[in-house]
Ligand binder design. Structure first.
Ligand SMILES: [Fe+2]
Length: 437
């Protein structure tokens, strides 16, 4: 995991062949490369190479500046041929280009833009659910929308691995990256990836899945992610800031209790992660906007018995009440996947806080899926209805002038076009977001 900054010299970008657009080269040198864990000053890059233990070099250059300072990071691939680079001392809100290289093999290039710490305008894309290795053009549409970050909300693949076999998980990631449209996207845009059931274990899997240790180990090895609170075989919940917005991503699988029992005995997040979530929300209580990435449907009838929060009503009420007491209900947006649909609720149906009756608005909830899968409908109702088409995703655009955040949530089709009716505009100021007319 460690990296060494071998040297830092000034050089002309053109001499290195670094292009603004990632190159289309492929193996036998570097098989794939992607970035994540991006902050204002740091990023993580992971690369797959053909052989274990060989030297791998990552060259990083500041974009748009032919005389930009260059970082050269040298490391060795691990026993599985994965190389990890932790980039530090980066400039905020700055585009960087990188090239992963091995001796005698083809290189791969990629790019990301660091975030800003203070007021900053940016764009997120978010979606879930694609067949293993899908080469759908929807990934090109996402790339064309030029987001600063792609939040993948799970079902990155559908291998449904039911056993503790880390190599199978690694091969599943390889299969995803073998897709030209996906690898182009992941080399062009940093990711924040939270799994769901099919890429963690089998359908509707939970903390009892035999796949759990392998899924957790492979995630830590292969995925460029934000710092994880839990070490070893702990869950992969994580949080980060982008501009003045706090993003919290929960893991709905690896800590979930299994089986039936009374709602009070069931937990979607597990006690440790629940405490972490509540603390994260408390610490974000002054943020003008909080995004909670919760992969599975929040709006669901109690005791529905399906794979959603309807089976975890006690925990749902506890979290909703915590959000309410913090005064965050009107400053929170939930992004979800799992259900193979785009659906949008403006808060009409999402308030499960203790004592919240009909008409007391909750937070906005948006589902965005499927990237490339057959469609389905889950949970609800949703104030703006839902759309069931293959090749859908969501965009969240923030315009921040330092006082007011203007937020646009929209559902997008396979060509990047607006899905009719799937748009919500919020103006966030004075500790509340109001729907714009
Ligand atoms: Fe799915």
């Amino acid at each position: 995991m460690s990296l060494r900054v071998a040297s830092c010299v000034v050089i002309v970008a053109a001499l290195l062949g670094l292009a603004a657009e990632p190159s289309a080269q492929s193996a036998p040198g570097v098989g794939w490369v992607w970035s994540g864990g991006v902050t204002a000053h740091s990023a993580v890059v992971k690369a797959r190479v053909a052989r274990a233990g060989i030297p791998v070099r990552l060259v990083v250059i500041r974009g748009g500046d032919p005389a930009a300072a260059l970082q050269v990071h040298d490391t060795r691939a691990d026993d599985s041929g994965i190389a990890s680079f932790e980039l530090e001392r980066l400039e905020p809100a700055t585009r960087y280009e990188y090239r992963a290289d091995v001796d005698g093999g083809a290189a791969l290039t990629g790019t990301f833009r660091t975030f800003a710490n203070g007021p900053w305008s940016f764009r997120l894309a978010f979606a879930s659910c694609a067949e293993t290795g899908s080469a759908s053009s929807v990934f090109d549409a996402i790339r064309s929308s030029q987001p600063d970050l792609f939040i993948h909300m799970g079902d990155l693949h559908y291998e449904d691995i039911p056993v503790a076999d880390v190599e199978r998980f690694r091969r599943a990631y390889d299969a995803v990256m073998a897709s030209p449209t996906q690898s182009r996207l992941y080399r062009s845009v940093p990711t924040a990836y939270m799994w769901d059931d099919h890429d963690y274990g089998s359908n509707n899997s939970d903390g009892s899945s035999a796949s759990r240790p392998a899924a957790l180990a492979a995630y830590r090895q292969v995925v460029p992610h934000y710092p994880l609170e839990e070490r070893g075989l702990g869950g992969i919940h994580q949080a980060f800031s982008i501009g003045r917005v706090r993003v919290v991503m929960t893991d709905s699988r690896s800590r979930r209790t299994s089986g039936g029992g009374a709602p009070r005995e069931r937990s979607m997040l597990g006690a440790t992660q629940l405490r972490w979530l509540k603390r994260q929300l408390s610490e974000a209580a002054d943020a003008p906007l909080v995004i909670w990435v919760n992969t599975v449907p929040w709006i669901a009838k109690p005791g529905s018995g399906s794979d959603d929060w309807g089976g975890y009503t006690v925990e749902r009420e506890e979290i909703a009440t915590h959000i309410d007491r913090l005064g965050l209900t009107r400053r929170l947006v939930m992004l979800s996947g799992d259900a193979h649909m785009v659906a949008l609720d403006n808060g009409t149906h999402s308030n499960y806080a203790t004592g919240a009756g009909p008409g007391r608005r909750g937070f906005a909830v948006m589902h965005a899926a499927p990237l490339d899968q057959s469609t389905s409908e889950k949970g609800g109702p949703y104030s703006h209805g839902l759309s069931r088409e293959r090749g859908q995703y969501g965009l969240l655009q923030v315009a921040d002038d330092g006082r007011t955040l203007k937020v646009e949530l929209s559902g997008r089709d396979k060509a990047g076009g607006l899905i009719p009716g799937m748009r919500l505009m919020l103006t966030c100021a004075a500790r509340a977001c109001e729907a714009a007319r």
